[in-house]
Design a protein around this ligand. Structure first.
Ligand SMILES: Cc1ncc(COP(=O)(O)O)c(C=O)c1O
Length: 375
């Protein structure tokens, strides 16, 4: 070597930043990242172990790049869960819905393109934009954290984004979009995108239904709108209701043209043979795993009643968490709970806190600790 190397050429926009991530603390009650609190049953564990064992025998080969069996199983699952039957060619999967959404922005965002969302919302959206060099524009939600359609119309017209990211149910507020709102947004987005071959293109509307299975009775999935809207993407995950956060499988449903575009940017063999085998095994147990969702929904509603009964404001939730407040010093409440072995999340507008719905014993520990801390 002829001289000392100079400073590393880190991208200027990444200088001085900290990596994203909620604290992973080893405390008895972890209610901070909206996981399903129930570990997989013995039967699920055994089936996954057997499937992984079988896949291990073929690990000298690359996995199936297009994973048709998994896409078929995910299409079957959606048909049961949301009563929408889709061809498996309209499904795409990756390592968590985080990766799915980055792939969407790799294909439809990038330099010179804009992605829009409305706060408060999932803080990773901003990072997807940054990492794909897509311009980030964030509007505000209206009263009660509801999407303000006038604000959406105005922002689409002013910014001409290629992608609109909307979480429904939204994180951290739990707010879901009604069917009429989704239809209105899709209409507004039909020609609000950047110019494509001399004409106004569409804005891709990504409805992130990571918590979709927890929606209340009568709240439909945006999957119902897919057939008539080629600019709609519905993103889902096995991390939340399905209780497989450690597996890292997220997926989307969209028109064939969108799936084809994503295949241009995905890394070859991005979904390992082990992941594919384990996900297929888990999906064989969908009835058992889905049964927990009903009880978690009931526990969520009961927790909301308890919090309101104790004088707190609660955002209506269609998810497996609740945003509640407001506290003059939310950090102090967070620390007080942590000292009592209960980890929740400081997130959302000033004064609010978010708690995930745990097992009945975990909820009991949370409510007891909250009473003490705020006494
Ligand atoms: C709204 C929302 N979307 C997507 C994700 C990412 O989930 P995963 O990458 O585990 O599928 C999360 C995780 O918390 C989320 O809250």
């Amino acid at each position: 070597m002829t001289g000392r190397p100079g400073p590393l050429p880190l991208r200027v926009d990444l200088e001085g930043l900290d990596p994203y991530g909620a604290p992973q603390l080893d405390v008895p009650v972890r209610l901070n990242v909206n996981e399903n609190p129930y570990a997989p049953s013995r039967a699920v564990v055994d089936d996954i172990a057997a499937a992984v064992r079988q896949a291990a025998g073929g690990l000298n080969r690359y996995p199936d790049r297009d994973f048709p069996a998994l896409r078929e199983a995910l299409a079957d699952y959606l048909a049961v869960e949301s009563h929408v039957r889709l061809d498996s060619s309209l499904i795409w999967a990756a390592n968590g819905s985080n990766e799915v959404m980055v792939q969407i922005l790799q294909a439809f965002g990038g330099p010179g393109r804009t992605v829009v969302s409305f706060a408060p919302t999932y803080s990773m959206y901003h990072e997807y934009a940054r990492d794909t060099n897509t311009r980030w524009v964030q509007g505000e939600r209206g009263d009660g954290f509801v999407l303000d359609l006038d604000e959406v119309a105005h922002t689409l017209e002013a910014e001409r984004p290629s992608v609109l990211l909307l979480a429904s149910p939204n994180n951290p507020t739990g707010t879901a979009l009604g069917a009429e709102d989704v239809r209105r947004v899709l209409d507004l987005a039909a020609t609000s995108g950047p110019e494509v071959h001399g004409v106004s293109g569409a804005t891709l509307v990504v409805i992130d239904e990571a918590y979709g299975e927890f929606r209340r009775e009568g709240v439909p999935s945006a999957l119902e709108q897919l057939a008539n809207h080629p600019h709609l993407v519905v993103s889902r995950t096995m991390s939340k209701a399905f209780g497989m956060a450690g597996l890292r499988v997220g997926y989307l449903a969209a028109a064939r043209e969108i799936v084809d575009a994503i295949m241009l940017v995905r890394l070859p063999y991005h979904l390992s043979a082990i992941t594919q085998a384990a996900a297929l095994a888990a999906l064989r147990h969908r009835e058992e795993l889905m049964a927990q969702v009903a009880s978690l929904r009931g526990d969520r509603d009961a927790l909301a009643v308890w919090l309101r009964g104790h004088g707190w404001q609660v955002a209506d939730s269609d998810a497996n968490f609740i945003l509640f407040g407001t506290f003059p010093d939310r950090e102090a409440v967070f620390r007080g709970l942590l000292e009592r072995g209960v980890l929740i999340r400081v997130v959302g507008p000033e004064g609010w806190l978010r708690v995930s719905v745990g097992t009945p014993a975990e909820i009991e520990a949370f409510t007891a600790a909250l009473k003490e801390v705020t006494a």
